[in-house]
Write a new protein. Structure first.
Length: 287
């Protein structure tokens, strides 16, 4: 279902589109004739940070048990402790980008997320590509893949970091992560991810981005709030920060954006500054 054609290339981070379909609490990825693929523009996501496992409330959305898909009955696990499985991983991209995931969130193929048939939503897992030894941490927020022999469906970014974008599938090991049993693992994971990201950047820190690359800090319904955020961000970064308005669904939103940014080094530095000061989770946009 998710055999995909992909391209690698330029920018870092994620685009978030408005939700357009899907039912919270139900499997989001039902078959349709549209072929899945990677993004229309090549995107290099190797330096994307991975999520740190935290305890999150398990809601009703996406956790109905048992449930049936294509005549098969699945039972959602009551917890993540002890789950470890080997099998094949696939990935999904533009076909579902912007749609609702099974737990009601919006699928973002540029985020470090995954779909699983039985792990509670949301939860976290470590996925290792058994063919090359690479590992990533993902946040599970969707159901699938409903294809025999496949045990997990990763986002475009997660699959790219594991090195199987072009192949479409890879043999992996999936280990569920329980934050309550990782006493100091969060700190260790954070250090490992930071080192990995810096190694990637060191290889090509001056990588040029498309001339129309921006980081969008957020979109706000109040112009004064947007201007307040703009001023705070402008005090942190050495790049232009602007507010632009756009009409969406009968309302007007005020978007705070950093840029244009011409180099990957600048993009990463600006993103980290905003995140460290808890002003938002900047997403890459092209204008």
């Amino acid at each position: 279902m998710f055999q995909c054609k992909a391209r690698l290339g330029v920018a870092l981070a994620a685009l978030v589109l408005a939700a357009c379909s899907g039912q919270p609490g139900r499997p989001a990825k039902t078959p349709d004739p549209v072929k899945d693929s990677g993004p229309p523009q090549p995107v290099d996501m190797l330096a994307t940070p991975e999520p740190t496992p935290v305890r999150e409330p398990i809601g009703k959305a996406g956790n109905k048990s048992p449930y049936r898909v294509d005549g098969v009955t699945y039972r959602v696990r009551k917890g993540v402790k002890g789950y470890r499985e080997k099998g094949h991983a696939s990935w999904y991209g533009t076909k579902f980008h912007g749609r609702r995931t099974a737990n009601g969130e919006v699928y973002n193929m540029y985020a470090m997320s995954a779909a699983h048939k039985t792990l509670p939503l949301p939860s976290y897992a470590k996925v290792t590509n058994l063919e090359n030894g690479r590992s990533v941490i993902v946040r599970v927020n969707d159901r699938g893949p409903f294809v025999p022999g496949r045990i997990i469906d990763l986002s475009y970014t997660a699959a790219q970091k594991l090195g199987y974008i072009n192949k479409g599938v890879a043999r992996v090991e999936v280990v569920a992560l329980d934050p309550d049993t990782l006493p100091s693992a969060n700190e260790t994971l954070a250090v490992e991810k930071d080192v990995a990201a810096r190694e990637v950047l060191a290889q090509d820190a001056s990588f040029k981005l498309p001339a129309n690359t921006f980081l969008q800090v957020g979109a706000y319904g109040n112009a004064d709030k947007a201007e307040q955020i703009r001023a705070q961000v402008a005090a942190l970064v050495d790049y232009p920060v602007s507010v632009s308005s756009v009409a969406r669904g009968g309302a007007r939103l005020y978007r705070v954006r950093i840029g244009p940014l011409s180099q990957q080094r600048a993009l990463v530095a600006a993103r980290e500054s905003v995140q460290e000061n808890r002003l938002g989770e900047p997403q890459v946009v092209y204008e």
